[in-house]
Design a protein around this ligand. Structure first.
Ligand SMILES: [Zn+2]
Length: 86
């Protein structure tokens, strides 16, 4: 199943998580909101592809070597973040 890509814009801004101190990279979501990503990408096993649907309905497949994970998903203080963003 192809899915629409939620484009994230990487910025050159690095920072630290306010609660756990991990290094993060700030990205901008399509709503122009700042979101922290883990600074170090995760290496993927070989042969991983991501499908992305274009506006005209055709589908592109991208080989994925590494992925960046939202820091909200990995932060050990994620409960705190969830409360904060509510
Ligand atoms: Zn954190």
């Amino acid at each position: 199943m192809a899915e629409k890509v939620a484009a994230l814009e990487f910025t050159s801004q690095r920072g630290q998580c306010s609660t756990c101190g991990a290094e993060v990279i700030w990205v901008l979501t399509q709503n122009r909101k700042r979101m922290p990503m883990d600074a170090e990408p995760v290496k993927m096993p070989p042969g991983q592809y991501k499908l992305a649907e274009r506006d005209d309905g055709s589908v592109d497949a991208y080989l994925v070597n590494r992925v960046w994970i939202s820091h909200f998903a990995t932060c050990k203080d994620s409960d705190f973040h969830r409360k904060e963003t509510r």
